[in-house]
Design a protein around this ligand. Structure first.
Ligand SMILES: NC(=O)C1=CN([C@@H]2O[C@H](COP(=O)(O)OP(=O)(O)OC[C@H]3O[C@@H](n4cnc5c(N)ncnc54)[C@H](OP(=O)(O)O)[C@@H]3O)[C@@H](O)[C@H]2O)C=CC1
Ligand SMILES: N[C@@H](CC=O)C(=O)O
Length: 810
């Protein structure tokens, strides 16, 4: 035999009831079908009862709505003649409840008995209607079999009597036997109810009594999910759980079953199968007591509860005093306040409990009252309550005796800036629960889910600033590489925001990358850096990365706040790293302390790996003695391209068009770009330096730099074409070349021209290439040499892309 229970949504309309019919008719085994009331009906009945109690005659309208709802369902399910007969019988049931509601209305008073009759009425009607669907089906009135007794003022199932009565009719069972859920009767044969999760309970009691092979709970979800799918879009259905795991997950918010109701089947080891009425093909979740191999998933699911508060009682006078915890919990119990989580450090200096926020004020008053004497004596000095909190719990039997689970859990929280207020783990090691701010719940859940369920798959949430030469190429790379990254590196790049100086567009669910620039300009809102930054922070997404592909000062000023909010920064913009040493150092320290990344490899040499190898040398204990380099793609392109037919002014424009120069090429031609680069390298090599410490000879005379605009500059610089060509020719005649170099030696940096002959390692440096020679303690005689393309949209975007990927390497 199988017991199938269908919940309110499964019997919520004629369409869904037809699905139930199909599911039932497809079964070969003998069945007990337990049904809830039609979705929403129990609430309506309780509403009608409450209105009647207040003497409000709209209670009868509410009852009429309920009747109408059932009439519609009957009309849609059955042919006219049969429908008439069913309606007639249903009318009799409605007359019964209508009489009771009238009585309540007249007396403006409701008894426990009438309340039970009214609230369980929905199951009586739904079970009657559904029993008529099956040929030869039989309706059993649960109240005749499920017996309750008052235990401490609460209707509690009398298992002995219930079992006896159910077994008495076992031989009368047919193929399809319908029982209303939730409803029961006491010793005086007065109607009672089984409380929350009542229909599950009815089904579990019947399954246990008849030793059913399985209890199937048919609901509107595919089963237990790894996390709440409304919060974690990538949550998936768990195929197997142990009873304890299912109970833990349910306890912590997964509303698939109500834990106490499964006890009868748990005791008899009857498996429970959670199935979806609206997607019966889905495998569902099987709950039984089979142990899963230890190597299998340690964590089965993540649950969460929100709208809770953290109450903490603290005082030196609590240390070593017995009875403090007992008094705290007693004070909560007195007012039926449910304690969701308890945490106490071994110092005994404080105890924290989590309770529903709705009762937090009351709870504080109760604790203050209980510890009045201790407060007066300063033995208890603080009773605090943190509201807007949430509890996250990870659940899994195989966590037991497995090291590293909590390490991984809390490490992932820390890296994403999720502060943990309290932790609880029972000795059963089945559940680790911790308290976070409710605003961090989504991020926390995402982070845990990623860490334990999708560790083969990391999502990086990107916020792109700048859609110019480099930014545009980066978007192209993201678009082209995404699939490969997902398949080969298990990395998903999600662009959650994009802005340039004109428009911005954000969506925490991710934007469509293909055509994103057109969408930005067509549908984006007006750009506003403050709003953009605030939204990035407010979304609070795990693995958030802001990528700066601008040359803008204001953007560089948002990095500190972002890093402080646990958001990584990847930047091609050199302003932050080459501004004041203190702020540069602060950015790096903040990133380190917050466990996020601040990466700027493209600041020197574009796509060439220079900062990374330099860092590696320094970290390995090497000392950088000397750096000699050509660090400007633009200026190297100019010295390599200018000749008698191609004047300087023309080549400057060409370098800009080729994407080598800064947005304003004067930054290159003044030497500033190279100054910034050698400064960054000097700092990364361990020297505390400022831009003003660097001697610089500009690439073109200073007077041109003083032009009011770039346009003026381009006009004026033409007059310098001749002198520049003259110098180049003289050097060429002497077998020499001009390079614009940078040098760091003995803590002193210089930037300017160097004239070199063919023996010099920079002599053959072609096009826009860069070169750097690193002399260190380990590379003394033969310097480390890094050489290659030093500018250009493609290589720079590739460098930025590589930095983004590095963020995933934790
Ligand atoms: N080219 C290269 O070889 C290399 C470049 N870099 C660096 O890359 C950075 C970008 O260079 P490049 O792509 O050539 O520059 P572009 O001038 O082509 O693009 C700059 C982008 O920044 C946007 N922008 C400017 N101000 C703001 C603001 N306040 N808010 C939002 N967006 C803003 C611009 O918006 P809008 O489109 O509206 O104007 C534009 O999209 C520079 O810092 C450069 O030094 C680093 C290494 C090599
Ligand atoms: N303008 C720079 C680009 C990279 O930083 C250069 O020309 O090297």
């Amino acid at each position: 035999m199988k017991v199938l229970k269908f919940g309110g949504t499964s019997v919520g309309s004629s369409d869904s009831i037809l699905k139930v019919k199909k599911i039932v008719e497809e079964q070969k085994e003998q069945l007990v079908v337990v049904v809830s009331a039609v979705g929403g009906v129990t609430d309506q009945l309780i509403k009608a009862a409450n209105l009647a109690k207040k003497g409000e005659n709209i209670c009868f309208d509410v009852l009429s709505e309920v009747k109408e709802k059932h009439y519609n369902i009957i009309g849609e399910l059955f042919p006219l003649d049969i429908a008439q007969t069913i309606k007639f019988k249903t009318d009799q049931l409605f007359d019964e409840v209508s009489t009771i509601i009238k009585g309540v209305y007249m007396l403006k008073e409701i008894t426990e008995k009438s309340e039970a009759i009214i609230s369980s009425f929905g199951e009586r009607v739904s079970s009657f209607i559904i029993s008529q669907l099956f040929e030869g089906g039989k309706l059993f009135e649960s109240q005749k079999f499920i017996k309750t007794d008052k235990v401490f003022g609460k209707d509690t199932v009398d298992f002995e009597e219930t079992e006896k009565r159910l077994l008495e009719v076992k031989d009368e069972l047919v193929q399809v036997n319908v029982f209303p859920g939730f409803i029961a009767c006491n010793k005086k044969d007065e109607v009672t109810t089984l409380g929350r999760g009542g229909s599950d309970y009815t089904a579990a009691i019947i399954a246990a009594t008849y030793d059913a092979e399985v209890l199937e709970i048919w609901t509107d979800v595919n089963g237990f999910m790894t996390a709440d799918p409304r919060i974690i879009s990538r949550a998936y259905c768990i195929d197997k759980l142990s009873y304890s795991e299912a109970m833990e997950l349910s306890h912590f918010g997964a509303k698939v079953i109500y834990p106490p109701t499964i006890l009868p089947v748990y005791k008899k080891s009857i498996p429970i199968l959670i199935k979806n009425t609206f997607n019966p093909e889905a495998q569902g979740t099987l709950i039984n007591d089979e142990k899963e191999p230890l190597k299998d998933k340690k964590i089965k699911g993540i649950s969460s509860i929100k709208d809770v508060s953290l109450l903490t009682i603290q005082g030196i006078g609590m240390i070593g005093v017995t009875g403090i915890a007992m008094r705290l919990f007693k004070s909560m119990a007195q007012e039926n306040i449910n304690v969701i989580l308890i945490s106490q450090a071994s110092s005994e200096n404080s105890i924290s409990i989590v309770i529903e926020s709705a009762v937090s004020k009351k709870a504080v008053k109760l604790v203050e009252k209980e510890f009045k004497a201790e407060i007066a004596l300063n033995q208890v000095n603080n009773i605090s309550v943190e509201t807007d909190m949430a509890v996250i719990a990870i659940v899994g039997e195989n966590m037991k005796h497995t090291t590293g689970i909590s390490g991984k859990l809390f490490n992932s929280m820390g890296r994403n800036g999720v502060n943990i207020y309290a932790i609880a783990q029972g000795a059963s090691e089945l559940n680790i629960s911790f308290v976070v701010k409710e605003k961090d719940l989504k991020k926390g859940l995402n982070t845990v889910h990623e860490a334990f369920f999708l560790s083969h798959f990391t999502v990086l949430n990107l916020f792109l600033i700048g859609t110019g030469t480099v930014g545009k190429m980066l978007i192209e790379k993201i678009n082209n590489q995404s699939e490969k990254l997902l398949n080969e590196n298990k990395l998903r790049l999600r662009v959650a925001g994009i802005t340039n100086s004109r428009k911005m567009m954000l969506n925490p669910q991710g934007l469509v990358v293909n055509g994103i620039l057109n969408d930005l300009m067509a549908e984006g809102e007006q750009a506003n850096l403050d709003v953009f930054t605030q939204r990035v922070k407010d979304y609070n997404l795990a693995n958030s990365i802001v990528v700066d592909c601008t040359a803008n000062q204001a953007i560089s000023e948002i990095y500190q706040g972002l890093l402080e909010s646990n958001i990584s920064v990847v930047t091609a913009n050199k302003i932050a790293t080459s501004s004041g040493y203190e702020s540069y150092q602060k950015l790096k320290t903040t990133a380190l302390n917050k466990g996020v990344k601040f990466l700027f490899e493209t600041n020197v040499g574009a796509g060439l790996p220079i900062i990374g190898p330099l860092n590696n040398l320094v970290m390995s204990g090497d000392k950088i003695l000397k750096l000699e380099a050509v660090l400007s793609g633009t200026l190297n392109y100019i010295v390599n391209t200018v000749d008698e037919n191609k004047p300087l002014s023309e080549v400057i424009l060409e370098a800009k068009e080729k994407g080598f120069s800064e947005p304003d090429p004067r930054i290159d031609l003044s030497g500033t770009d190279v100054v910034r680069k050698i400064l960054i390298l000097a700092r990364e090599a361990g020297y505390e330096m400022e831009q003003s410490d660097i001697d610089v000879v500009p690439f073109v005379p200073q007077k041109y730099m003083d032009c009011a605009s770039l346009e003026d500059f381009m006009k004026e610089i033409v007059e310098y074409d001749g002198a520049f060509e003259q110098k180049r020719k003289e050097l060429a005649n002497a077998g020499k070349k001009l390079r614009y170099g940078a040098k760091l030696e003995g803590g002193k940096a210089t930037v300017g021209f160097i004239e070199i002959d063919s023996k010099h390692p920079f002599f053959d440096l072609e096009g826009s290439n860069n070169i750097i020679l690193i002399n260190s303690e380990h590379y003394k005689e033969h310097p480390m040499q890094i050489k290659g393309y030093g500018a250009g949209a493609d290589v720079t975007a590739a460098g930025v892309f590589a930095d983004i990927i590095k963020v995933a390497n934790k």
